[in-house]
Design a protein around this ligand. Structure first.
Ligand code: MG
Length: 203
């Protein structure tokens, strides 16, 4: 009988051929509350936030959202060879590895996760599409590789979907989005496989 963990993994695409670029928002998605705003209020210079500030933030808020689920998800994505980025408007990208470590990820795994931070160049169009494009370039992924944005800001989700990205709203009030990430990943992989086999039939 397969374990719950095996079932969880089987729902993700496994081959690089049908990879997905997973882009996770940070504030409000990986952590409760807004670490960027907290650091601004604490007058921390961008680039100088340390784990001491992060620990203090945990004490004043509720810390990492569903740490066990995030850890399992990130480990599954790594095991399945998927590209993972953190796409955040935050001016403090240095806190991301600290939080990922607190989540239980190891150093090597953390280094493989690419952080794209800061405001988009086109300030009048607040969304994550520029961040996603930068992450795609970083991983040198072809244009037909799907990208999935996981974000608690509904506007970012809608704008990402409007340009054809997969998107999952990290509902601040519940955790069903973890299941939605799995389901959308599975369908994306299935559709990509079907497209490939159809193309092969016509060769
Ligand atoms: Mg957010």
């Amino acid at each position: 009988m397969s374990s719950k963990k095996d079932n969880f993994k089987s729902e993700f695409p496994r081959s690089c051929e049908h990879s997905i670029l997973y882009c996770f928002d940070f504030d409000g998605t990986l952590v409760h509350g807004h670490l960027h705003n907290y650091l601004v209020k604490a007058k921390v210079k961008p680039g100088f936030a340390t784990s001491v500030f992060v620990q203090e933030f945990y004490r004043t808020n509720e810390g990492i959202r569903c740490p066990a689920e995030w850890k399992e998800l990130f480990q599954t994505l790594r095991d399945c060879g998927q590209s993972v980025a953190i796409t955040t408007f935050s001016s403090y990208p240095e806190v991301v590895p600290i939080v990922l470590k607190d989540m239980g990820l190891d150093e090597e795994h953390i280094k493989s996760i690419h952080v794209v931070s800061g405001m988009p160049a086109r300030h009048n169009r607040m969304c994550k599409n520029e961040h996603i494009a930068k992450a795609r370039t970083h991983f040198n992924l072809a244009q037909d590789i799907s990208c999935m944005l996981i974000d608690d800001d509904l506007n970012n989700i809608l704008v990402a979907e409007a340009v054809g990205h997969l998107a999952v709203w990290a509902d601040p009030d519940q955790y069903t989005f973890i299941d939605i990430i799995r389901t959308k990943s599975w369908w994306s992989h299935r559709l990509a496989s079907m497209k490939t086999s159809t193309l092969n039939r016509h060769v």
